[in-house]
Design a protein around this ligand. Structure first.
Ligand code: ATP
Ligand code: MG
Length: 733
């Protein structure tokens, strides 16, 4: 074993105080990168060495499984030996372990299975049907959200009053039916893991006592994101003599939307008196500039415990702020920067691109693929592999090729339209026996009435729907075709009715698909049928393997997935009002503060360099919308920022000083090829004069030849798209 000195050598005085404090209750409240996770690992090693504690007596809770693995490695490295027997994991992982050990007392079947989110939704859908409830009134997603939220609050169906509310009454009824089915089938969903193990302790005093005596040392990371049931779980397990350390940062609480309670931090000091409070204010991760910017940003939140981070580190490079013309320009700029950093010796894995919404990854992925830069989407799927995208594409595939069986199978009953498993089995049989596609088999099944009239008419209605899509495709642009399929199939309205962050992300992804189609038509396919080419590209992109675990890849992830991590270089893309802060949160002060915390989390992931970017216009649902830079940019002192604008030497839109920054502008080489318009001698940044609208500046081009359009921002402040061949734009300066 190492000496104590080795365990505590690399700690500052405040960290040392936390690591070596007498046993008791302790709250380490500290900002990002101040060494909370490091202190937690050292504390475990210290307790093991100093008090000769057994690994068996330690329970450590981390936020992700990945973090649990890292924690174990860190402690073993500190101690120089293995720590088998120690419980390290997420709340869910630990609860699962407990239920596996005590399935009998928990009234579970020995072979109980975990129900993941998809399975849970399917089960809810089935129950809605069985209970005869209207799926349009109670969407499976909404019900799923309701059940999980109640479980996270520690409530079973039997605990909830409907207070005469009919909707609540139905929801409670579904919840009860759901509980009964899970019970019968020995299924345990994620929220159930926690609730059930909490109940296990409540109803088994001996068992609880056993674990209370066993876990003499409990340590919890990312405490600011615990929810009600997790807090209750810990409270139950903790006795007066338990050594309990929690570490957290109120400024990084970003899971309020999932039931996390930031108040738990305040509650902790009251519930576990006396609590030793330790604050760490020295940051070891980021440069001074990054910290100053992050501190200034988070100061705009009113509801915070308040702290200021400082570092002894170097001032560091200024944060770059790139104002892109549009989202493609933004992606191309990121690629340039990545290439430059890699050429200077950075590994690709040192570079992370963070964004607010999953849908934003599409344009970035496309640019990375084109540039042949290996990347990995961390904690999520790549755009064209996402279920809602595959569903949408399946409608289009079936519309252009009725014999596409996988597409047929995927959507024949999605959204549900009463085509059950029995019908499908018959269809497959007929198809197999007569060597037909499923579509052709369906025709036979209908003409020969091989199924009940009701089943036949359900199938017929589906086929008519696909035909409606097919017919409607003519004369539409590619983006309109995609939109048409989304509407006629009712896929879009299906996802729009669902509740919760996940469903919102799906709708955003579908919108992004329309945008993808719009851009594809413009740039990628001068000849041939655009839809066929688009579908082929989508299939190829989905099939393209992303970087392997060990491969050196640029890391892409949402801001939520980035919590607790750090990277030398961080790009934070899409800092635009409506996107970030998200439009759903912008008007609610409480949610706006959570968005700001999310931005703070993102910025503080960066060790050496942070690059922020936004696009002046962005395609959304196939249409170009003008974007305003995020308010978060204005909240960063201009002295921390270096503004970069493409072709800054050329006339920029006048009177358009979006943000206060007066930082130096840096010139970038013009990207003429990307934007050039063959027909006229115009370029981006070019000053022009229009007969009616007056003087203006060219912002963007789209399309070629007679279809070319040009975007101009006029001095009146108005921005317009004009068809280049029809307008007479005079080059004015
Ligand atoms: P977050 O809030 O983002 O989870 P954190 O407070 O948990 O951050 P850590 O991840 O523990 O911070 O530490 C941030 C970085 O600083 C790590 O790279 C860590 O190794 C380093 N670090 C922390 N304390 C020290 C120290 N005393 N000396 C040198 N490096 C340190
Ligand atoms: Mg941490």
């Amino acid at each position: 074993m190492r000496t104590d000195d080795a365990l505590t050598a690399a700690l500052n005085p405040a960290q040392l105080e936390a690591v070596t404090a007498p046993l008791g209750k302790m709250l380490v409240l500290a900002g990002a990168g101040s060494g909370k996770t490091r202190v937690l690992a050292h504390r475990i090693a210290y307790v093991l060495a100093e008090y000769q504690a057994s690994p068996y007596s330690i329970l450590a809770v981390t936020f992700t499984n990945k973090a649990a693995g890292e924690m174990r490695t860190r402690i073993e490295a500190l101690l120089g030996h293995s720590i088998g027997g120690m419980w390290v994991g997420t709340f869910h992982g630990l609860a699962h372990r407990l239920l596996r050990s005590h399935w009998r007392e928990a009234k579970l079947n020995e072979h109980f299975q975990i129900l993941d989110s998809d399975d849970q939704q399917r089960l809810v859908r089935r129950l809605l049907k069985e209970l005869g409830l209207d799926e349009s009134k109670f969407t499976p997603n909404q019900v799923q959200w309701y059940i999980n939220a109640r479980k996270d609050e520690g409530l079973r169906a039997a605990h909830i009053e409907d207070n005469g509310n009919v909707v609540d009454r139905s929801l409670i009824k579904i919840y009860r039916a759901y509980e009964e089915t899970c019970e019968r089938s020995s299924l345990v969903d994620f929220a159930e893991l926690l609730l059930r193990s909490h109940e296990l302790w409540l109803s088994n005093a001996d068992l609880l006592k056993h674990y209370q005596e066993r876990f003499k040392h409990i340590l919890i990371d990312e405490f600011q994101d615990t929810n009600t049931i997790q807090y209750a779980w810990i409270s139950l397990l903790t006795r007066n003599d338990t050594n309990l350390m929690v570490v957290g940062d109120d400024d990084q609480s970003i899971y309020g939307w999932r039931g996390a309670k930031i108040e738990n931090i305040h509650q902790f000091e009251r519930d576990f008196k006396p609590v030793q409070l330790i604050r760490l204010e020295q940051n070891y991760r980021s440069t001074n500039v990054i910290l100053e910017a992050a501190n200034a940003l988070i100061r705009h939140n009113d509801t915070r415990l308040g702290k200021n981070l400082w570092t002894e580190g170097k001032p560091g490079e200024l944060i770059t702020l790139y104002s892109a013309y549009n989202e493609r320009d933004e992606a191309h700029y990121l690629i340039e920067c990545i290439r430059e950093r890699v050429s200077k010796g950075y590994a690709r894995r040192d570079i992370a691109i963070l964004y607010r919404s999953n849908a934003q990854s599409r344009v970035l992925e496309e640019a990375l693929l084109q540039a042949a830069i290996p990347y990995r989407v961390y904690g999520g799927m790549r755009f064209f592999e996402r279920a809602e995208i595959k569903n949408a594409l399946a409608y289009l595939r079936l519309a252009v090729n009725h014999d596409d069986d996988p597409a047929f199978e995927r959507i024949v009953n999605f959204p549900t339209r009463g085509i059950g498993d029995r019908s499908l089995i018959t269809l497959r049989e007929v198809a197999r026996e007569r060597q037909l596609s499923l579509w052709e088999a369906a025709k036979k099944v209908i003409s020969e009435t091989l199924l009940s009239p009701r089943a036949c008419s359900a199938i017929e209605a589906f086929m008519q729907l696909i035909d409606r899509i097919t017919i409607g495709l003519y004369e539409l642009t590619l983006a309109e075709q995609v939109e048409h399929a989304l509407t006629v199939s009712s896929l879009l309205s299906f996802y729009q009715q669902e509740r919760g962050e996940e469903a919102r992300g799906r709708v955003e992804n579908l919108d992004e698909l329309v945008s993808a189609a719009g851009q594809f038509q413009v740039e990628d396919n001068p000849q041939g049928d655009p839809l066929m080419a688009f579908l082929a590209t989508a299939a190829l992109e989905a099939g393209e393997r992303q970087g392997e675990e060990g491969q050196d890849c640029v890391q892409l992830m949402t801001l939520h997935s980035a919590k607790g991590l750090e990277f030398p270089i961080v790009f934070l893309a899409g800092l635009e009002e409506g996107l970030f802060p998200h439009f759903m949160s912008a008007t609610d002060p409480y949610r706006l503060e959570e968005e700001r915390r999310l931005c703070y989390v993102g910025m503080t992931r960066a060790k050496e360099h942070l690059c922020l970017s936004f696009a002046e216009s962005r395609r959304s649902r196939g249409a170009e919308t003008m974007q305003r830079p995020s308010r978060f940019i204005q909240e960063i002192p201009s002295s921390c920022l270096q503004e970069i604008r493409p072709r800054a030497n050329i006339m920029r839109p006048v009177n358009q000083s979006y943000y206060k920054s007066e930082a130096k502008q840096q010139q970038r080489l013009p990207t003429v090829d990307f934007y050039s318009n063959e027909q006229q001698d115009l370029h981006i940044g070019q000053g022009v004069k229009h007969k009616t609208f007056g003087r203006g500046t060219i912002l963007n081009f789209e399309g070629n030849g007679s279809h070319a359009r040009v975007q101009v921002r006029f001095e009146s402040g108005e921005t317009k798209w004009l068809v280049a061949s029809f307008v007479e734009l005079e080059v004015s300066f």
